[in-house]
Design a protein around this ligand. Structure first.
Ligand code: AHR
Length: 512
């Protein structure tokens, strides 16, 4: 008893004297898991994400591949434990006619990719390529249906084609194209950004359209209940979420989307790798806004769905800057620096801390587009700082969520302030506790005192992602400039874990 009073006293004293950041790792009272699908990815027919990124063609002799899919990419994404992959868009999804992408490749019609650079899409990467690739990756497919320019019939045919085991015109066609067993696709997006590129709809109209499509989509798969995700709000458009939840009956919707990008200014996004502290601060402010967005969406969802049956699916998130000089503006190719590592670490902490409602998310986008985890240049491939954060954080996938209480110092720039430290924690099936910490402060290291007295812990190890400049990034010439290293600035004494986080660093600790 005396020992614990003494411990609490020293904890408070440390905080008072040194304005140290404090965290309490609370008792394991929750039972919910951090859904691995929070760590999902997104692959659109956009720029070099599919073509040159995932897919280099079956006949490619220069780049090792399996049925046209890059082997190096598959290995890297498997190491990430990629849980799901969203495809074929994005805005592209509402222009995509899936039947153009099946059958002999030399007979497939072409189309113009209206949204992304106006390039010719030859449909050589289609449904079989995507779903077989998901099998290679061990990832669940998440397919976005064409609601904007497609028909109900076209979508039901697609659902049947990929998921129906019995005899039907569509399962027959699938078999003729070389695939006997259905893939059983569970996750379906009912359109994308219906408020914008998906058809510029009003939420009332989309809610009705959703109901119509959702009615005909279910019942095609024996063993895998369909999971329908309504096209969600653009950032802070709470009226979109409210109108959908009010008008779509329970039982007809399993998930509702939300898109939010950390953009400085849509008219002046700024360079991905050449930026100053003020721009960085604004990016982090937009990143942290995700917490408010989710909290306000949760209030709406709780009103209509108090039993939390409907998942909040943040199916597009990440940093968005100007394209790299000299590249096609429609291809959205950008570099990825330590700033992006800060976005990733902070956002994933937010998702973990809201994981009772946020049960799926998709970083935009996997390869060569926006906040990519992988960049390719012909046969070369590099892993970005964002990749490393997602790899370090994959310990949280399907682990039990542990609640934390955080008191953070401020990170201040030009009279504005943000919390410097962010944190989330979980306990995995083997009983190991993982705590992920981010210090977004560019100037100051942060000392953190973590009260772990609710657990009986005896040892700590960790990994860190850090660099000397926030603009640092990996290049094809220097691919390993930024990579995780062992972290040695954590010590555990008498239920108190003390950690020193260097400026702009991400740390994941493992405790047992
Ligand atoms: O991720 C790029 C684009 O951003 C997607 O196609 C669209 O859904 C969003 O506006």
């Amino acid at each position: 008893m005396q020992k614990s009073i003494c411990f609490v006293f020293s904890f408070l004293l440390i905080h008072a004297i040194s304005a140290q950041n404090t965290i309490v790792l609370n008792k394991d009272t929750s039972t919910h898991l951090i859904d691995r699908n929070i760590y999902g990815h997104f692959a659109e027919h956009l720029g070099r994400c599919i073509y040159g990124g995932f897919y280099v063609g079956e006949g490619n002799k220069k780049i090792p591949n399996t049925n046209g899919i890059r082997n190096d990419v598959v290995a890297a994404l498997k190491k990430l434990k990629i849980p799901n992959l969203r495809w074929p868009g994005g805005c592209f999804a509402d222009t995509y006619h899936w039947k153009d992408g099946i059958g002999p490749k030399d007979k497939r019609p072409t189309m113009v990719n209206k949204w992304w650079g106006g390039v010719t899409e030859n449909n050589s990467f289609g449904t079989h390529d995507f779903l077989n690739m998901c099998e290679l990756l061990g990832a669940e497919p998440y397919m976005a249906a064409n609601i904007g320019s497609g028909t109900v019939e076209e979508l039901i045919d697609w659902v049947q084609y990929v998921s129906f085991e019995g005899e039907s015109p569509m399962s027959k066609l699938r078999r003729e194209n070389g695939r006997d067993k259905p893939w059983n696709v569970k996750y379906w997006g009912v359109g994308n950004e219906a408020w914008g590129c998906g058809g510029n709809m009003r939420p009332e109209y989309y809610a009705d359209l959703y109901r119509k499509y959702a009615t005909f989509m279910s019942g095609w798969s024996n063993d895998n209940k369909i999971f329908r995700i309504a096209s969600g709000a653009n950032s802070a458009n709470y009226n979109w979420t409210e109108t959908l939840m009010k008008n779509i009956p329970p039982g007809m919707i399993e998930g509702i989307g939300l898109h939010h990008y950390a953009v400085i200014d849509w008219k002046k996004k700024g360079s991905a790798a050449d930026f100053g502290e003020q721009e960085y601060f604004t990016t982090m402010k937009r990143t942290l806004f995700m917490d408010e967005l989710i909290t306000k969406n949760e209030v709406i969802l709780d009103k209509y769905d108090p039993r939390k049956k409907v998942a909040l699916v943040v199916d597009e998130w990440g940093g968005w800057y100007d394209v790299e000089p000299g590249t096609n503006p429609g291809f959205l190719y950008q570099q990825n620096t330590m700033r992006d590592a800060m976005i990733a670490g902070t956002t994933l902490n937010i998702f973990n801390n809201h994981s009772e409602r946020v049960r799926m998310a998709n970083l935009a986008q996997t390869i060569n587009v926006l906040q990519a985890v992988i960049l390719t240049n012909e046969e070369k491939m590099i892993l970005t700082p964002t990749y490393h954060v997602m790899e370090m954080y994959n310990v949280h996938q399907d682990a039990t969520y542990l609640p934390v209480t955080l008191k953070s110092n401020d990170y201040s720039v030009a009279g504005e302030k943000l919390p410097a430290v962010s944190v989330s924690a979980s306990k995995d099936k083997a009983g190991l506790i993982h705590i992920s910490l981010v210090n977004i402060d560019l100037q100051k290291a942060q000392d953190v005192a973590i009260d772990v007295s609710s657990y009986n812990l005896t040892s700590v190890t960790g990994r860190i992602l850090a660099s000397s400049k926030i603009q640092d990034h990996n290049t094809f010439e220097n691919p390993e400039k930024i990579k995780p290293a062992a972290f040695t600035s954590a010590s555990l004494k008498a239920n108190m874990l003390t950690v020193k986080l260097p400026p702009f660093s991400v740390v994941v600790l493992e405790l047992k």
